[in-house]
Design a protein around this ligand. Structure first.
Ligand SMILES: NC(=O)c1ccc[n+]([C@@H]2O[C@H](COP(=O)([O-])OP(=O)(O)OC[C@H]3O[C@@H](n4cnc5c(N)ncnc54)[C@H](O)[C@@H]3O)[C@@H](O)[C@H]2O)c1
Length: 284
């Protein structure tokens, strides 16, 4: 008995890195998996190589699981619909969507070309919309609930030097999931964001990952058990949560508001001078 027997899961960008591990882990617990990957380079260039998705489908089948490949790009509405259609043709319905596909075009803002902004926002933020909307509508119409897990990043949630395009897209994904969690509640569609950390082709040139002992600690397979848990009935009481996950650590990430200051007099209108005198309390 697997935790996900009878379930159908879509994982985007599942041809390598973290997405491949999600696909293998979901299949190992009994889910039938749509392995989506357009087979491009780290920066999103190229594409059209079916090998990446096919290879992961073969791995799942070799272990006795069920899987089908999708080579569509997440970055268009047609691509998103095609990914859903692949799932419906192969398995009849969808229970779980993991939005994971991603690329990088890092530059400081002063050196960033418009195209570097556009393509990163297109794949991450628009891509999450393009796949999520048709899948959400399918889950809503089917009436059996569902789970949508989207991949954000500490680069967006905490900020990271040289990643304004990527960080903006990743913070946008987080805001998207927070709103969709509210819309999904009455249909029992549960929504989550992940901020993973793992050694993959996206991160293998970062100074942080150069030490051998760090490489060993940051295996992408350490991210996926959380995805399996969230997708399963064991997490049926949870929605609208954001998790940091990687290197053996799992933690909730939260947006917090402190007590701040409130003025009753003058209709609540603070003067700039009063704000200056209270700034330590506002930031406490
Ligand atoms: N590795 C990390 O430490 C880390 C940290 C934070 C966030 N992330 C996020 O995790 C996700 C997975 O990244 P990874 O590190 O495994 O990198 P990766 O490059 O190994 O995996 C990304 C996959 O997405 C696929 N892809 C790219 N554009 C696509 C498109 N338009 N349509 C379909 N597939 C597409 C790629 O072919 C690739 O296989 C990404 O969203 C990334 O931003 C990773």
């Amino acid at each position: 008995m697997g935790l996900l027997d009878g379930k159908v899961a879509i994982v985007t960008g599942a041809g390598g890195g973290i997405g491949r591990e999600h696909a293998l882990a979901l299949a190992a617990e009994g889910a039938a998996v749509v392995v989506n990957d357009l087979g491009g380079a780290r920066d999103g260039a190229g594409g059209g190589s079916q090998n990446m998705a096919d290879h992961v489908v073969a791995e799942i089948k070799a272990s006795g699981g069920e899987a089908v490949a999708s080579y569509a790009s997440v970055a268009t509405m047609d691509g998103g619909q095609s990914i859903l259609d692949t799932a419906l043709r192969a398995f009849g319905h969808v229970d779980v969507l993991v939005n994971n596909a991603g690329i990088l075009r890092d530059k400081t803002l002063a050196n960033m070309e418009e195209a570097m902004w556009d393509v990163v926002v297109q794949v991450h933020l628009k891509g999450t919309f393009c796949v999520t909307q048709p899948v959400f509508k399918h889950m809503k119409d089917r009436g059996q609930g569902g789970v949508i897990i989207s991949t954000s990043s500490t680069s967006g949630l905490n900020g990271n030097f040289g990643q304004c395009n990527y960080g903006a897209a990743k913070a946008g994904i987080w805001g998207f999931m927070r709103c969709l969690a509210l819309e999904g509640k009455k249909f029992n569609i549960r929504c989550f964001s992940l901020a993973p950390v793992a050694l993959t082709r996206l991160t293998d040139d970062l100074p942080f990952f150069q030490a051998e002992e760090m490489k060993a600690k940051m295996d992408p397979k350490l991210v996926s058990p959380l995805v399996v848990y969230l997708a399963s009935e064991q997490a049926k009481h949870l929605t609208d949560k954001t998790f940091f996950v990687g290197g053996g650590t799992i933690a909730e990430m939260r947006m917090v508001r402190n007590e701040g200051i409130t003025k009753a007099e003058a209709g609540g209108l603070w003067t700039p001078q009063e704000i200056a005198s209270k700034i330590d309390k506002i930031l406490a």
